[in-house]
Design a protein around this ligand. Structure first.
Ligand code: MD3
Ligand code: FE
Length: 217
């Protein structure tokens, strides 16, 4: 044993947890990228601010969203789809920063999906009370590519469901720096996020940011 005391009150978690046949939770995998991710996020947010989109049925979404990369996920009264431009400005979404691309590629490879080339990064912002109800991600062209998600800021409880909405979901905590990769037979599982609990994260304050990398086009 080392004779020193711990420098960190809450040690950073690490390790791989298999949640489904083709779903891996990589605890703390994003830690080496955090400073770069947060710096890039500030630039993206300045060019393409977070906004609340509306469902095709006209409901304002609880989560605030923006995108970077060649394609961005949007929702309005015409439906859910991917667009090369930000509907609020008519401009292309900010480019996918190289660090985002590298993190997504390395996480996917670690989970058994080598050669992942994302063309879309949806960025979700949760404030206390924000939730995301059970849904499937099925607006992408090709379901053989995995999706990679990176959690930053306050912890959230996500729901990992089955292939039918009625299948009872399992609950898993997603912490700052965690990366989740799912593909294969888990690609179309229902999932969601419970209402974010209030709190203060040392780097992000009272919010949670989630990046989801997809091959959309
Ligand atoms: C996929 N985002 O943007 S990602 C979304 O934390 C979205 O912001 C959530 O769902 C977020 O579409 C969750 C992580 C996730 C968790 C469980 C899943 C994705 C999953 C289970 C099956 C498939
Ligand atoms: Fe989703």
């Amino acid at each position: 044993m080392f004779p020193t005391t711990d420098l960190f009150a809450e040690p950073i978690q690490s390790g791989r947890l298999q949640l489904g046949p083709a779903t891996w939770l990589l605890r703390g995998f994003a830690q080496p990228w955090i400073d770069t991710l947060l710096a890039e996020l500030r630039l993206i947010e300045a060019a393409a601010p977070f906004r609340h989109m509306h469902t095709p049925g006209g409901l304002r979404m609880s989560v605030a969203q923006t995108n970077c990369g060649p394609l961005g996920w949007i929702s309005d009264r015409h439906g859910y789809r991917y667009s090369p431009t930000d509907p609020d400005t008519g401009q292309p979404w900010p480019p996918l920063p190289p660090a985002f691309r590298q993190l997504a590629e390395q996480a996917a490879a670690t989970a058994g999906f080598p050669g992942f080339l994302p063309d879309a990064c949806l960025i979700n912002r949760y404030l206390p009370g924000t939730r995301l109800s059970l849904h499937q991600d099925k607006d992408e062209r090709d379901f053989t590519a995995p999706i990679v998600s990176v959690s930053l800021g306050l912890p959230a409880v996500f729901q990992f469901g089955g292939m039918r909405r009625a299948d009872k979901p399992e609950r898993v905590s997603l912490l700052h720096g965690d990366v989740l990769v799912w593909g294969g037979e888990d690609r179309l599982r229902y999932h969601g996020v419970l209402a974010l609990k209030d709190g203060q994260h040392p780097l992000l304050g009272a919010q949670r940011i989630n990046l989801t990398f997809r091959r959309a086009g």
